[in-house]
Structures are given as C-alpha cells and as structure tokens.
Write a protein that binds this ligand. Sequence first.
Ligand code: SF4
Ligand code: SF3
Length: 547
Amino acid sequence: MFCYQCQEAAGGTGCTNAGVCGKPEDVANLQDLLIYVLKGMAFLALGSDLPEHIERQLSVFTMNSLFATITNANFDHDSFVSQIRTALTMRDVVQHYWYERHAGDEASLPDAVLWKAEDEIQFAIKAKQVGILSTANEDIRSLRELLTYGLKGMAAYTYHAHQLGYPHAAVDLFLRRALAATLDDTLTADDLVALVLEAGKYGVEAMGLLDQANTSTYGHPEVTQVNIGVRNRPGILISGHDLKDLEQLLVQTEGTGVDVYTHSEMLPAHYYPAFKKYSHFVGNYGNAWWEQTKEFAAFNGPILMTTNCIVPPKASYMDRIYTTGNTGYPGVRHLPDGADDTPKDFSELIKHAKSCPPPTELESGQIVGGFAHHTVTQLADKIVQAVETGAIKRFIVMAGCDGRMKSRDYYTEFAKQLPHDTVILTAGCAKYKYNKLELGDIGGIPRVLDAGQCNDSYSLAVIALKLKEWFGLEDVNQLPISYNIAWYEQKAVIVLLALLHLGVKNIHLGPTLPAFLSPNVAQVLIDKFGIGGITSVEEDMALFLGA
Ligand code: SF4
Ligand code: SF3
C-alpha cells in the first residue's frame, strides 16, 4: 500500500504498511482499486449518451464510493470488495452505451475500462498495480492526487445534499470529467493545475448546494447554548456529519425514554431550529473524533457513526458501536439504508440503548455556536461598528480539522495568545482545540464564532464576502482577516480549493503541509496564492497581526 492522503501520513511522506489511521494494507489497496474503476466508469460515461436514471445512479454510486475512501470513514474489507463488484457491473452497463456511439473504437479505451477480474485474488493483484505510485512522475502524481482528494471532499458534500433531495448535475459532471482526466497521460502539469483550480469552483457550488439543502430543510442555524453535561437516562451518541440520520434518529427515539447526544462534528446540529423541538436531544458529549476511544467508553450507551471519523474501536465498546451510510468497520454492526427511500430502522439501536446505563458525565456547562452566515448577517451593524471603532482589529479563520498529533496544541496556544481585539471564525472539528476556553466576547460578540461543521466552511466564505461588501472593499484580501487553517482529511482539501477559487490569498495550513504536494506543486501554490505552513505561535502571531 501507499497512502498519503491525510495529514497523518507516516513520517510526513506516506503510510506503507498500515495506516497511522488504522487502515490495513488490504483495505488501502481495495480503495485504490475502487477509485481506478470509478475513473474507468467516468471515462465511459463522458463518451456516452446515458439515460437519465443511469446517469443519476452513476453519480450517486460515484459519490458514495469516493466518500467511503475518505480518511477514517470505512475500514471494512468486505464492503470494498462488494463495492468493486458493483462498480464492475455498472461499468459494463455504461460500456454498453459507450459502444453505441463508438463502435470499433475499442483501441482508445484505457486499462481502467478494460481490465476484468472475477475474484478477490485478482482484485488484490490488480490493486497493487494501480495505486498512487503507479504514476511515475512526482508532480503529475501530486496533481492527480490533489485533484482526487478534492473530489473526495466534494463528493462528501454532494452526498449530504443528495440525501436531502438536492442533486447537482454540473458538479456530478465535473466529478466525472476530473476523474477521467486523471487517466489521461497527455495532460501536462499545467493542464492538471487548471483542473485543480476548477475543482475549487465546483467546490464552492457543492458547498453552496449543501448549505441550501441544510438550511431549507432544517432552518438557518441560530445562536445556541449547547449543554455539554449529561442527564440520568440512557442515551445514544451520534457522530459524523449526516443530519438526515440525526433527524431520523430523533424522530424514532422520541417518547422512548432514550436521550440523544452529539459527538464531534455532529455538535452543530444543535444550532438548527428543526432539531431544537426535541426535548430528548440533550447536548454534546465529549470532543473531537480522535478522543472517541476514551469518550465512547465512558458514554455507556450505543454510538452511531454516520460518516468519518472512526478510530479503530476498543474492546470496551466494540459491541456498542454501529455504522451506517458510507462508514464501516469489520465486526461492527452496519445499519443499512431504508428500502425505497424509507427511513433507516434504528430500532435495534434504541433497544440496545434501553439496556445501557446513562452516560458518565465528562464535564458540565454550555458552549455557544450557531454563527453561520445568516446569523452573522443579522449581526452586521454590530460587527461593522466594532471594526470601525477598533474594538475588533482582526478576524482569524481557524477552521478545519482536529487531530491527535501533539503538535496541534499549537492551535490551543494560538487561540489563547490572540489579543482580546481579535475574533476567531471557525467551522469543522478544529474548534475543539479552543471552544471550551474562556475567551470572552467583544461587545456581546463571542470571540469564537462557530459556523458549524467543516461542511459549513461555505458560511465562512460567505461571511468574508459580506464583510468585503459592508466595508466597500474591492478585494477580499483587503479585509482584516487571516487564515490559519488546520487540516486532516480530504474535505479540508476541497475547502482549501474553494477558498483559492474565491481569490483568498496567504492561507496558512498546518500543522504540516500535505505530503501529497510535491516540492514543485507546493511552489506553484506558494507563488500563485501565498500558501504557507505554520511555525511557532509567537512568530505566526506576529505575522498574522502584522506586529
Ligand atoms: Fe496514512 Fe492518512 Fe492514508 Fe490513513 S488516510 S493510510 S493515516 S495517509
Ligand atoms: Fe473533523 Fe474528521 Fe476534518 Fe469534518 S470529523 S472536520 S477531521
């Protein structure tokens, strides 16, 4: 195996035996093979007139498959084998339509279309030939992977939007075009750079679509005090990013005597008006994903993982963890989709919860959030005044991911040392590094404004564009905003590309720059966009605040 898609890539270069994340070699290889088949399918689909229902099926299958390969989403060998089998069957169907337009053109078909296999042994052999290192040129490899990781993030956003009934044909088409482009040996590094930047454009579209899907379905996030303590009843802990799963769980647990708590990226669900009406939706339990091994043990009740991030479960709660959607873990029960768009059946989970003791309290009190673009727009007068009077001197975007590396303490320290006339804009699980510090407020505006999940980073872009408008500026880079973003997995890649598309410059990425950026590709990002890493809290503070 060779994988370098996340920030924890072993030795800062890549995982080669097993993932630091816990992904075993066989699963990593199967993920590579699945992506290879997706590329072949994309190639065929681009050259075919597909009936609408097949087109849609293909788009949904592609987004599900890409999502399943995101870091910490799915560790289950069998589910990848079955996904590859389905992909090969679908590829045959699409190939049939391709031949209708290209009879006699078989010689132009790439290997990703032509290879065939019957059994798992052949899968394993092929998988070893089509991994990341099969692209020999380091810069082309880097650009292909940067693009693919952006597509994975994009697929996660369109998946959630699709779940809520919001498809996006143009984004689906781009996904296909970009996947197929990674097979094309005639593309130069410049061609691929252009595609990577174009991915940012579609990233903005995908995130905008998800924002529309979420807010139309569940209302605009509101300023909310979220309880971080527990009650004395059995509970279910729901983690990941899938709001529809949460909705169905809240409906099915109502009146059962079972409470529902959020973990990690599900915290911002509390900000939505649609979920506030459930009195058994108690609060948020614990912190970011990487603390789950101790927090899930203490929760005592069943845990539902709706998306990434899963840490290989400990024996102490292995029998209490469930996966659903695109997540999976060997030996963990998987709750399937409902048939024909009916809700998922969570009765097993609820029954399980009833037999468990209430959660052990980890902490008590409240944290505040709900500062997505709609709320911030309502605070416009207050914010403009605070900036004009000098009460707010600078905004620091500290969105992104949290992670287990000690070096991420940098972000806690950075937040602590920021002067009192600065405001942190955040989204994603990165917030857990500072959302429980007493950072106070500026004239009633909290110094940490949480817009929501990493999926809601779109809100931060909208806020930046609004600030530009309120202050009558020409360029978003004239704003008193600095970007000190923490990244971990591939959704952060599409957020970064989206910000670049919106013209944001001088973004700092940490705790380390991606291993998948070759020196030349990194240099392009530095030259074109002023991308940088992080150094020490003191040096970066001076840099960001212009001291
Ligand atoms: Fe390594 Fe990250 Fe890949 Fe896991 S996802 S195998 S930690 S690079
Ligand atoms: Fe977090 Fe996995 Fe990225 Fe969604 S939950 S931000 S790491």
